[in-house]
Ligand binder design. Structure first.
Ligand code: DGT
Length: 351
């Protein structure tokens, strides 16, 4: 049975129609691959479409401010992807005459580009026979080869197999066919093996229990933090600051606050955090609300309190602003803050 022929002819009739596919534009391919890291296709599509309307070329990305690119990325999460893409756009404009490198190593050296993204862009946009190995493709191949344990030698075996099988004339289609096969047929649970174009050679299917391939890794329990933050008012404006570039959610705007430490009440933590960050002791009023948000490695419960200043002005090392509620749309905020804005819109913004 001809593996690549079957995979490619299945792709012809079953491929997902996506706005960044079948368009020879390396900028689109690169952007979509970055957006698709840790994010589902359905979530990415509207962001991708809005982004390319705002920034039709990579040069438009390079010319935009970090604030403006983060505003377009707002809600998509993992914001370092956006900051790195922005930095990489500058490098392409300044050091590569505005041309996205078609050399694997040169492209790999750009910020935010790892081996997976480099392989995807090289194969899809530049027709280079480099296999991509993401979670879907690893699962498909481990089943075909009957590799249950994902030890280093199994990973190497997968890579070798794909390197041999990849179609040198249509490497991008080959990689995308395997991605689509993994997401629609060779799914983690209940794979639809009777519809699979390569079921005849699948060792995992032959074993009678394809779902058990590859062996699932035990997930570490992720920590949960209680966070207290302050909506600090001075008349009709409240205080926001920009999170430091190096922190999680870097470059987004936030309310002063932070994690509750052991033995602290929410209000004690809030007082401490505001004093540490802004050197003021505001009066804490009623709670606006509490919202939950799950990140990749931990989750938070964020408690927001109305606060008012007592004649003191916050002193912070971070860029800061006093804004009115109707100005929030001008700033990129984390998703948890948007959940709190919804509560404020419903219950009223006044203390
Ligand atoms: P540390 O000690 O560096 O781990 O951090 P903390 O405890 O000073 O605080 P921070 O700000 O890193 O932790 C708060 C978490 O809540 C963090 O994951 C970001 C998230 N978050 C989302 N929206 C906001 C906000 O408006 N204000 C604050 N402070 N945190 C926010």
């Amino acid at each position: 049975m001809l593996f690549k022929e079957n995979i490619l002819s299945w792709y012809e009739t079953h491929k997902r129609i996506l706005p960044f596919r079948d368009i020879q534009n390396p900028y689109y391919t690169w952007l979509s691959e970055i957006m698709l890291q840790q994010t589902q296709v359905d979530t990415v599509i509207p962001y991708f479409e809005k982004w390319i309307k705002t920034f039709p070329t990579l040069n438009d990305v390079a010319l935009a401010s970090q604030h403006d690119v983060l505003k377009q990325w707002e809600g998509l999460g993992y914001y370092s992807r956006c900051r790195n893409f922005h930095k990489a756009a500058h490098i392409v404009m300044n050091e590569h005459d505005g041309i996205i490198p078609s050399n694997y190593d040169k492209f790999l050296s750009l910020p935010g580009v790892g081996p997976y993204t480099a392989a995807a862009v090289m194969s899809i946009a530049f027709n280079k026979p480099i296999p991509t190995i993401d979670g879907n493709i690893r699962r498909v191949t481990s089943r075909i080869l009957g590799r249950k344990k994902m030890r280093q030698n199994a990973q190497a075996r997968i890579k070798n197999y794909l390197q041999i099988e990849i179609d040198p004339l249509r490497p991008g289609d080959f990689n995308q066919a395997l991605m689509d096969l993994g997401s629609s047929i060779c799914t983690p649970t209940k794979p639809k093996c009777n519809q699979c174009p390569v079921n005849e050679i699948c060792i995992a299917l032959g074993s009678g229990n394809p779902e058990s391939y590859p062996e699932k890794m035990k997930k570490k329990k992720s920590p949960h933090y209680n966070v207290a933050a302050g909506l600090i008012w001075d008349r009709d404006k409240f205080f926001i600051q920009k999170r430091s570039e190096k922190s999680l959610l870097g470059g987004l705007w936030e309310f002063p606050g932070g994690k509750v430490e052991k033995g602290e009440s929410l209000k004690m933590a809030l007082k401490r955090e505001i004093f540490e960050e802004c050197k003021i002791k505001p009066t804490i009023h009623r709670k606006v609300g509490v919202v939950k948000h799950v990140f990749s490695h931990f989750s938070i419960e964020m408690n927001l309190f109305h606060c008012s200043i007592n004649g003191e002005k916050p002193k912070t090392d971070l860029p800061s602003q006093w804004i009115k509620p109707n100005e929030i749309a001008q700033y990129p905020f984390p998703a948890a803050n948007h959940k709190l804005f919804k509560i404020l819109d419903q219950d009223g913004w006044n203390i």
